[in-house]
Design a protein around this ligand. Structure first.
Ligand code: AMP
Ligand code: MG
Length: 516
């Protein structure tokens, strides 16, 4: 099969300023853990593509297939709000860009050994975090949320030291691009190589924002790309909010230029609703708490804007092309910089409105409101306040709301039971019932629509944890079962109620940290 694949490798064509070409370090005596049939289909590969020694070798860091060109890319970034300088693919190898029915897609190994950007790390990823990334990538996609995809996991007995000794795994990720905000920050602040910055932006626009490529000036194209990234990021944040997802490490090096969810580490889906929920045990300040994510994304977009300023400033852009001799005089430069700043800020301007629009339409869908009305916001906010006050389970409460009956005298016990203050819930329910009745849509029709907006199944930490514990014992069936379950998050799937239930008592002790 792999002899017939067509590779393009446009990122590699950018040249060695952007990466180091080097082979991955193979896992010793590797074995398969899981393969995603859906990601396989996305690539247009046969379902049994993985059943060959050549496939196991290639996707555990061993012999690459013909056409693959392993490399580690360099980027920088802000971590927890502080400039961290150079980072890069410290344990990831970009394998290449393959032609697929869905267009060209990049394939990347994670956990595949040391690179020049590994810093203090060992270049490895553990089985635990690889299973979490694999399951969540595919689950997010099934929820309709933009994300990098996961093709497969391979693993080995190789010991890896984290808080305890764990074992190594390699997860293969797939995306149109793995470009991060941090790639641009790198060439502006660390390498201070404006020609490379310009080449990266030109390539990104040509490949990923082709509609903008026709704008005559680079400054316009880059500003338009920034605006498009801002809009996509805003919509992504609204989607995260609407499913109760916390990323955990929203550093600028973990922000996708394409507005994809990327770099699954200490992420979590909220159980009890708490706007201040912190999923990452390492994030003691709560910088990346659930409700802060939309604001943090905007902060990160400002960092991206800052990195792109030299290109939005037409003078500096021209200087980047012409080399040092083309630099304009100081006064003209300053004026150009001010114009660039205004332009960059203007590009970020739509973020708030885009987020607000996506958020209100997302929440309306969650509440089953067919029309948009001025009072919707209060109705949603009041429900969320009640949920937070009573620590109602985010996923269960919304899912049960679908069965809400507008019939006079209906008790709506299933959802009411999620609240401690039942009287307060009843008061809200009366307003909600009145609102729904005024729309004239029948309950069954509304319930069906709500069940397409409110998942029954999300990757709660305890579900992943059970699959991880089994996998450590060599049993991967729970990984596969969860993968299949989360492929259909909106379906009832009778018989799997336990997977949709409140977390068991033991799960309250689970802590997820940056260690992966
Ligand atoms: P993260 O917080 O996982 O996004 O990682 C931040 C930076 O550290 C990135 O440049 C990663 O490539 C790098 N990194 C994380 N874990 C490791 C590891 N075990 N070995 C080498 N580099 C790592
Ligand atoms: Mg990262």
């Amino acid at each position: 099969m792999h002899d017939t694949l067509r590779w393009r490798n446009r990122f590699a064509e950018l040249g060695p300023r952007f990466y180091t070409e080097l082979p991955a370090q193979p896992l010793p005596d590797p074995h398969w853990v899981a393969v995603s049939p859906q990601c396989t289909a996305l690539l247009g590969w046969p379902a049994d593509w993985w059943r060959s020694p050549a496939a196991l070798a290639a996707f555990s860091g061993g012999a690459p297939w013909p056409g693959m060109r392993p490399l580690a890319s360099v980027y920088s970034g802000h971590q927890f709000g502080v400039w961290a300088g150079q980072l890069g693919d410290g344990r990831a190898h970009w394998l290449g860009e393959v032609e697929t029915p869905a267009g060209p897609l990049e394939i990347q190994l994670k956990g595949s050994g040391l690179t020049p950007y590994s810093r203090m790390g060992d270049g490895r990823a553990v089985l635990r975090s690889s299973i979490r990334e694999f399951l969540c990538s595919e689950a997010m996609h099934a929820l309709g949320i933009p994300t990098t995809r996961a093709l497969c996991i391979t693993a080995a007995a190789l010991p890896v030291q984290r808080e305890t000794v764990e074992t190594a795994a390699v997860v293969t990720r797939v995306a149109p691009s793995f470009l991060r905000f941090g790639h641009f920050e790198h060439f502006t602040h660390t390498a201070q190589d404006l020609a490379a910055l310009a080449a990266l932006a030109d390539a990104a626009i040509a490949q990923h924002f082709p509609a903008l490529a026709t704008l005559p000036e680079r400054a316009e194209r880059v500003a338009a790309m920034l605006e498009e990234v801002a809009r996509r990021t805003a919509r992504l944040m609204a989607q995260w909010q609407c499913v109760g997802f916390c990323h955990g490490v929203m550093n600028t090096d973990n922000m996708s230029l394409l507005g994809l969810t990327i770099d699954y580490g200490p992420f979590g889906f909220m159980d009890a609703f708490d706007p201040g929920h912190i999923c990452n045990h390492t994030d003691q300040q709560g910088r990346y708490a659930y409700a802060r994510q939309p604001q943090v994304a905007l902060w990160n977009l400002h960092a991206l804007a800052h990195a792109l300023l030299p290109l939005i400033d037409g003078e500096a852009g021209a200087a980047a092309d012409a080399g040092p001799a083309g630099a304009a005089d100081a006064q003209a430069q300053e004026q150009a910089q001010q114009r660039a700043q205004q332009r960059a800020l203007a590009a970020l301007e739509p973020y708030k409105a885009e987020f607000a629009t996506a958020m209100s339409s997302g929440l309306r869908a969650k509440l089953g409101l067919a029309d948009a009305r001025a009072e919707d916001r209060d109705l949603c906010d009041d429900l969320l306040r009640r949920m937070a006050a009573d620590r109602a389970d985010f996923t269960i409460t919304f899912r049960r709301l679908a069965a809400f009956s507008t019939a006079p005298g209906a008790g709506n016990e299933a959802v009411r039971d999620q609240f401690i203050d039942r009287e307060a819930f009843d008061a809200w329910a009366a307003r909600y019932a009145e609102r729904l009745r005024s729309e004239g849509r029948n309950d069954a029709e509304r319930a069906a629509a709500m069940n397409r907006a409110n998942p029954k199944f999300v990757l709660r930490n305890h579900l992943a944890e059970t699959a991880i514990r089994r996998a450590r014992e060599g049993d991967f069936t729970e990984v596969q079962r969860l993968h299949a379950l989360l492929e259909r998050p909106f379906d009832e799937q009778p018989g799997n109620e336990a997977d949709a239930a409140l977390p068991p008592d033991w799960a309250t002790q689970l802590e997820v940290s940056c260690s992966s």
